[in-house]
Ligand binder design. Structure first.
Ligand code: CTP
Ligand code: MG
Length: 254
């Protein structure tokens, strides 16, 4: 099935689910990661603004920390306002990313055909990446992930029993065949619903949604991602994100 993607209009049925319910343990103590600020604006607001700006996205479902639903609703109502035209829904998340995505999928309107799942923790993804993922699904792919080549060579190891011990190398995969995947990942809605239901039934946990499609025999394709779509995970990522934002502002790209 192909789904037309054109400027926002009646024939468009794409929605975004934004898992934002994580604590951000690796970022260190403080507010939940999605609410930490970047250039004076919460990370989540950056991410939702990009999605709302995409011509492809009609509805944005934000999956908030369980105890932060009201706060997130108020924050987004203020920050997104009238300038962007996507409809916004906020629901409480779960204990894992996968549970949070499932909570978002559960409230999607019935007529949604295409779902983009986007980490709140990737606030600087360019809108072109959002559009190209949506387009690839509209053009017939069942699952699409944006990705970039790796800078580092990757070694597979036998993990040490205790931190700090030397770890034997098992293999060195050919770097040319590896990609680091980002979000938004795009899916046909029926496919994503099905694999999440199966994962729940079978107790399967994956770190990304495309992983579930692979696991259950679906076909996932990669499209070019962008270096600015990196995930804010550790403290240094915040430093980099502030620098990217400052560069955009100095170039008037905002
Ligand atoms: N996420 C979620 N619900 C969870 C866990 C994660 O919605 N129970 C979301 C995060 O808010 C984030 C995205 O999934 O936007 C990617 O996860 P990650 O970068 O791992 O964020 P955290 O889990 O918050 O960070 P950490 O793993 O360092 O605690
Ligand atoms: Mg996590």
């Amino acid at each position: 099935m192909t789904v037309p993607i054109s400027p926002k209009g009646p024939n468009l049925n794409a929605a975004a689910v934004v898992p934002a319910a994580g604590r951000g343990e690796r970022l260190g103590p403080g507010a939940p990661k999605a609410l930490r600020e970047l250039g004076g604006v919460p990370i989540l607001v950056h991410a939702v603004r990009v999605l709302a700006r995409s011509r492809a996205v009609e509805t944005v479902v934000v999956v908030a920390p369980k105890d932060g639903v009201a706060e997130v609703r108020a924050l987004l109502a203020d920050a997104i306002g009238e300038r962007e035209s996507a409809a916004l829904v906020v629901v409480p998340g779960g204990d894992t990313r996968q549970e949070s995505v499932r909570a978002g999928l559960a409230v999607l309107p019935a007529d949604v055909d295409v779902v983009l799942v986007h980490d709140a923790a990737r606030p600087l993804v360019p809108v072109d990446v959002v559009d190209s993922v949506a387009r690839a699904v509209a053009d017939g792919a069942e699952a699409v992930v944006p990705a970039v080549p790796l800078a580092d060579t990757v070694k597979q190891v036998t993990p040490a029993a205790a931190a700090g011990l030397p770890e034997p190398v098992v293999a060195t995969p050919d770097r040319a065949t590896l990609r680091a995947v980002q979000t938004p990942q795009g899916f046909r809605r029926d496919v994503l619903d099905r694999v999440h239901a199966k994962a729940l039934e079978e107790g399967v946990d994956a770190t990304d949604d495309a992983g579930l499609v692979e696991r259950f025999g679906g076909r996932v394709v990669v499209v070019p991602g962008h270096e600015e779509a990196f995930k804010v995970t550790r403290p240094l990522d915040l430093v980099l994100a502030e620098a990217v934002l400052a560069r955009r502002r100095s170039r008037d790209e905002f």
